[in-house]
Design a protein around this ligand. Sequence first.
Ligand code: FMN
Length: 372
Amino acid sequence: MSSQISNLFTEVQLGALKLKNRFVVAPLTRQRTNPDDGVPNDLLVEYYTQRASFGLIITECSQISPLSNCFPGSAGIFSEEQVQGWKKVVDSVHSKGGLIMLQIWHCGRAVSLSQTGGKAPISSTDKPVPGKNYFANNEEYGKPERLTKEGIQQVINEFKQGAINAKRAGFDGVELHAANGYLVDQFLRDGVNDRTDEYGGSVENRSRFCLEVIDALISVFGSDRVAIRLSPTGRNNYMFDSDPMSLLQYLIPQLDSRGLAFIEVKRHGVNQWDDSSDGAKQIPTETFFEIMRKLCKGNLIANDNVSIEDMKNYLSNNICDAVSFGTLSISNPDLPERVQNGYEINYKVDRSTFFTQGAKGYTDYPLANKNI
Ligand SMILES: Cc1cc2nc3c(=O)[nH]c(=O)nc-3n(C[C@H](O)[C@H](O)[C@H](O)COP(=O)(O)O)c2cc1C
């Protein structure tokens, strides 16, 4: 094995988690539970267990309350049945030597009224997402209620309860979903956050909610089992920030000072959700991870359109500590083994089954080595 390849298979300590290699399953919503209850089922047990050879699995974004979900069929983390369902997933992944963190999440305003049963969504703002909701038959998004300070505290408590539940399910930690235009991101970025109180305006104020949630998660798991995902230039859910570098120059040192397990950064993407190139101009895609590395003193996971060649280069040059793969981990449940053994990588991913029900396009991608 060349030294560049072997770098991919060295252990790495991310907070309390010792990863056996540098491959991470990126968080991927797949909507495979019963939409009526969001309880992880046997299909999820099989899907996540298939990926236990990755150094770490980060789960699909998991909602902390019924109102906080815009993906029908996503697995939640607020009911006892969900906790017990996740426990089966976690136990099975652990039995195969894998590590698994829950991506904990609130969608905020990115939800339609048909999905909330007519209840107003919540956000930092009272302005709805301007586009149409793909996950609700292209309906309009609901007009959100601007969270009051009491409302903010209630959501923080829900995040904390979600973390308590995740701990009971046996997860190795939690990753706060602060990316892709969902609730935490709706506070972070000034394209949406139009508040005039201590949760809006300056970068310190816009970061306040995020850091309060992080502190609530730390109070449950300890800082070395808490992580965060950021997408400072992503345009999903019509997000924008006029000056992402200034936000990061404040937020990342704040996160670093807490000693988190890692920060996962998603650079501006090439997929249909990052539908404008504006973000890519703000922090150049080519040098995005180098810039993040300079800002971030702790562990860094790089995401979005990272090839295996890029991964070798990043790890050799200490640009990141691990790489998370989205689409490649869908079509290659055994990606680490494929790379290690020189097996063919499956680049053909079936997008039509990203958000459907059942095994098709979920658990039926073959393993290269059938004995694994
Ligand atoms: C089907 C699908 C579902 C996704 N669900 C989530 C999610 O639940 N949470 C999240 O943070 N990102 C989500 N993403 C974004 C991915 O984690 C990742 O950032 C994106 O696929 C880019 O990485 P890649 O180029 O390796 O695929 C999703 C992407 C896809 C394709």
